[in-house]
Design a binder for this molecule. Structure first.
Ligand code: HEC
Length: 120
């Protein structure tokens, strides 16, 4: 019985923590609009104002979140490495986002139709 209770506690903890980190697509769109990301990446996240600016729509969410965290680390002063991106522009935007904002905006971008994803 004790083991069963412990196991149940574990299940509840796992479900609880995954819910807390679940991405919220609507909130991601709000962050995108609030921080005016579209002014460079385009309203549809795939029509950037400069050809050198990356297309974000349809990119994998984990890649986008990794990139945003790397800009945050870079802005915090970490030396450039595979996990740190030194970019003044994106660093300034990334530091305005919480962990949850990063997850949300990444998930929302990944859900947008774009040329980067495989056809579904
Ligand atoms: C002033 C223009 C500008 C704005 C505004 C802007 N970005 Fe960017 N973004 C860039 C540029 C330029 C890069 C490429 C930087 C580099 O070389 O690392 C980039 C890169 C990125 C990347 C990495 C993509 C990849 O494929 O590596 C992500 C993710 C991203 N931006 C998301 C956002 C989000 C989310 C916002 C709003 C909070 C935003 N950007 C606002 C110009 C901008």
């Amino acid at each position: 019985m004790k083991h069963l209770k412990l196991a149940l506690c574990g299940v509840v903890l796992i479900i609880g923590s995954s819910l807390a980190h679940a991405a919220d697509l609507k909130a991601g769109k709000v962050t995108w609009e609030k921080l005016n990301c579209a002014s460079c990446h385009g309203a549809d996240a795939k029509s950037p104002i400069m050809p050198a600016y990356p297309i974000l729509a349809g990119q994998h969410a984990d890649f986008l979140a990794h990139a945003l965290k790397a800009y945050q680390r870079g802005a915090a002063g970490a030396p450039a490495s595979a996990n740190v991106r030194k970019n003044a522009v994106m660093g300034a935007f990334a530091v305005q986002m919480s962990k949850q904002d990063v997850e949300n905006v990444s998930a929302w971008l990944a859900s947008q139709p774009g040329p980067l994803s495989v056809r579904r």
